[in-house]
Design a protein around this ligand. Structure first.
Ligand SMILES: Cc1cc2nc3c(=O)[nH]c(=O)nc-3n(C[C@H](O)[C@H](O)[C@H](O)COP(=O)(O)OP(=O)(O)OC[C@H]3O[C@@H](n4cnc5c(N)ncnc54)[C@H](O)[C@@H]3O)c2cc1C
Length: 410
């Protein structure tokens, strides 16, 4: 069995650690901040096994004027950052053509089809099942025109095996009576569920791995260097950590490690926000998404979390008060009775321009394996990614065709 370093303690890194420990490897987990503090903290918590449609689908072109000029657009670009964003943005738009987006949708659906397998054993073995709420996600359309416009992507989902029911006004009201009567249509996705507290889930998973012998170092890794039979990680305090294998799961910060290992992977970020409405979780029973506004309201422990939106901006840019206001006002319009939020959050989705993650060995050596870029789906795809990484380390054939997720596809 190997000594394996895992960099990053989000959904992806902790799932990799779980699967590697299951195979009997000696795992050391490294994180600069602590378990579940990155994008894995503030997300909408949905197990979105239906979400095989990348954000950059052909509708992006149709919706561009709204995205650019409407005050209710959930997608924003920070104009002064466009020179820095331009290369990623160009690839993002190029990937939105019908042919390329369908390829991405197929590859996402392929991975999503095994998403639950990635968690099944983990959930039953660690008491983690207590965080799972088996309520299907409801996606809502406030205009019939946008529901009609979504038909091609809904048809594509169906053809890729996604199951859903369509609801009209009455059905939506029966399911979630506290919602304002704003919504013309809804889709209810079969087999989806949500987590009542994503960070609580990861902290419990982390604690159970420590009990089983995983080592943990709260340090920032500076570099990953490959040697003949080993991998050397250097942390920012100057200490070296030598292992046989290293798994790069540093979310939106993974790009530089890939470059150090010979792969120029165009990893960008889609920034997203949440606001929390304290003590309101009994208003709805399930995640309710509002299509036109690009966010979910999820009844979590401590209150409803309204999470979503996409902002393209440099990593260091401050929070966008306008998007936080849009999230707050939209949630309050959808659910009359929501108070003012007591907290907000900005997180960084790790996103490749084609909407697919990078899962596979580095060009330089099979001893470094990448597992990052899960964009809007890291909660959902963490488990299956961990199982794929364990297969790669063990030299087992993966049940998934990994070609679409290769770091060399760019
Ligand atoms: C608003 C919003 C809503 C979302 N909703 C959902 C949802 O409902 N369902 C879903 O499936 N997905 C959702 N997502 C996406 C999901 O949150 C991410 O895809 C996922 O959290 C990424 O997990 P990760 O483990 O790759 O990265 P992260 O959670 O970001 O973890 C990376 C870790 O690496 C560590 N790290 C980084 N650099 C270093 C370094 N140099 N040294 C040591 N450690 C380092 C960080 O501290 C961090 O803990 C949402 C995202 C956002 C922003």
């Amino acid at each position: 069995m190997a000594r394996v370093a895992v960099i990053g303690a989000g959904f992806v890194g902790l799932s990799c650690a779980w699967w590697l420990m299951r195979d009997g490897h000696r795992v050391t987990l490294f994180d600069a901040q602590g378990p579940g503090e990155g994008a894995s903290y503030g997300n909408a918590g949905t197990f979105a096994n239906y979400a095989c449609i990348p954000v950059n689908n052909p509708d992006v072109f149709r919706n561009l004027p709204r995205f650019l000029f409407s005050s209710t657009s959930p997608l924003r670009i920070r104009w002064r950052d466009t020179p820095m964003l331009a290369p990623w943005l160009a690839r993002f738009l190029l990937a939105a053509t019908s042919r390329r987006y369908e390829l991405s949708a197929r590859a996402l659906a392929h991975m999503l089809s095994r998403a639950f397998e990635g968690y099944r054993e983990m959930l039953s073995a660690n008491g983690l099942g207590a965080f799972v709420r088996e309520r299907e996600c409801l996606y809502l359309y406030s205009s019939t025109a946008s529901f009609e416009a979504a038909q091609p992507s809904l048809a594509l989902r169906r053809s890729l095996g996604v199951q859903f029911d369509t609801l009209e006004r009455d059905g939506i009201g029966q399911l979630e009576p506290r919602l304002a009567p704003l919504f013309e249509r809804g889709t209810l996705f079969g087999g989806s569920w949500f987590l009542s507290d994503p960070r609580g889930f990861l902290r419990m998973l982390h604690a159970s791995l420590l009990e089983r012998g995983m080592e943990y170092r709260q340090v920032e890794i500076e570099s990953v260097a490959t040697e003949a039979r080993a991998v050397r990680l250097m942390d920012t305090a100057g200490a070296a950590h030598d292992v046989e294998r290293a798994i790069v799961c540093a979310g939106s910060r993974s790009g530089r490690f890939a470059r150090q290992c010979g792969d120029a992977v165009p990893l960008g970020t889609e920034r997203g926000y949440h606001v929390r409405f304290p003590g309101t979780s009994d208003l709805i029973s399930r995640p309710c998404g509002w299509a036109e506004r690009g966010f979910y309201m999820t009844p979590m422990e401590g209150g409803i979390r309204a999470a979503g939106t996409v902002e393209l901006a440099r990593h260091e840019a401050g929070k966008n008060a306008d998007l936080l206001r849009l999230l707050t006002k939209s949630a309050q319009a959808a659910l009359p009775g929501l108070p003012e939020p007591d907290s907000d959050w900005l997180g960084f989705r790790p996103s490749l321009p084609d909407g697919l993650p990078v899962v596979g060995p580095s060009s330089r050596t099979p001893n470094v394996i990448y597992a990052f870029g899960h964009q809007h789906l890291g909660v959902t795809l963490g488990g299956v990614t961990g199982s794929v990484v364990a297969d790669l380390v063990a030299g087992r054939e993966s049940p998934l065709d990994l070609t679409p997720y290769s770091p060399r596809r760019f």
